[in-house]
Design a protein around this ligand. Structure first.
Ligand SMILES: [Zn+2]
Length: 148
């Protein structure tokens, strides 16, 4: 899924569960479970060369990534004193994508990285249909807004 789903999910879990030894593994598991739901993300089209790496990278950097930060800020920080937990959750929610970043964009292909990327790809279910691919992600954000 997009960072706008993964980041707030991590923030939500971390803000509800104080023990990081429980919340962090749950956040990481949530990332792979969310990726399992058919979705649209900025990487859509990369494998079939319908989109350049550069445009995927720019969409991630200037739209998806800052929006995930903004959602966490609006949902978990506005009107409250600074709390590190949503930000820790945001970070771990995005960590699998951070780890895969050098593989996808910098052609870093070490053996461990290849294994991780293969697992991540195995988890991924994507759709090129933007409506059906974005709907589950908006539902995730809405649910977090309602339950936070
Ligand atoms: Zn992912």
């Amino acid at each position: 899924m997009l960072s706008i789903a993964h980041g707030p999910t991590g923030a939500f879990i971390a803000s509800k569960i104080n023990n990081p030894f429980i919340s962090i593994p749950l956040i990481l598991a949530s990332h792979f479970l969310e990726d399992r739901v058919p979705h649209w993300d900025v990487g859509q089209g990369l494998t079939h060369q319908k989109k350049s790496k550069k445009s995927a990278f720019l969409q991630e950097l200037f739209i998806d990534f800052p929006l995930s930060f903004l959602i966490v800020y609006l949902f978990f920080q506005v009107g409250r004193p600074f709390d590190y937990r949503p930000w820790l959750g945001w970070f771990f929610g995005l960590l699998p994508d951070f780890i895969e970043f050098p593989y996808l964009f910098l052609n870093f292909r070490g053996p461990l990285m290849k294994k991780f990327a293969a697992f991540h790809t195995w988890c991924h279910r994507s759709t090129s249909n933007k409506f059906w691919g974005l709907l589950p992600q908006f539902l995730v954000i809405l649910l977090i807004l309602l339950l936070k």
